[in-house]
Write a protein that binds this ligand. Sequence first.
Ligand SMILES: [Zn+2]
Length: 234
Amino acid sequence: MRPVERGAAPKAYKDYNLALNDLYERIGRGCSYCERKYSGAVEHMLPKGRHTGLATTWSNFLLACANCNSIKNKQQNAGVAGNAGAALGQYLWPDTDNTALAFDYSRGAIGVSAAVPAALVNVAQATMVMTGFHRLPHTGNPPKSRKDLRWKERNEAWDLAERKALQLASRPSPELRETIAELAAATGFWSVWRTVFAADADMLGRLNREFKGTAPTCFDPTTFQAVQRQGGQL
Ligand SMILES: [Zn+2]
């Protein structure tokens, strides 16, 4: 999950839908949770039904695809007050935490990273369950709907990223590096590209720059390794 910085509110909104284009400009077009490239909708971190005062508040906005949004809604409406989604601190968030430290991505699974302190493991786990972005067939967390193809798009990103890594190894050039970073941003799934190019600090920097709104303070400026986010849980 890519950590983002959406910045100060560009303006006040009478209707939250009017913030969609400003969100695209600030954090790029794609789902803030599963990272698929998607013309999603304005997402309310704290649900607007339960927190009506936050329905048009910029700092409560992210972007979500239909699958993440639907699962998150079910989670957050599953019970009474005090249920999942009642408080921000129950989850990690890409705008306040360094979510790049939270999860490990591989083709076989997405899981809570060993780097997550013991006190936050349950919070990180709850963050995955909140939108089910880790659902993958033939694992302990399979998709529950045939319409949930997030895993498939993610696997396509793996295929592409691995092909491009081989290409770069066989004929390295700064131009190809930039082309790959641009292709990554057009494809989505920053975490997949970041995992494939994990040993290449130059590529990690390019990926951060090409994916709009990646939070610069979440990374060492030279190695682009993820660091604790100031003010965040992680
Ligand atoms: Zn999503």
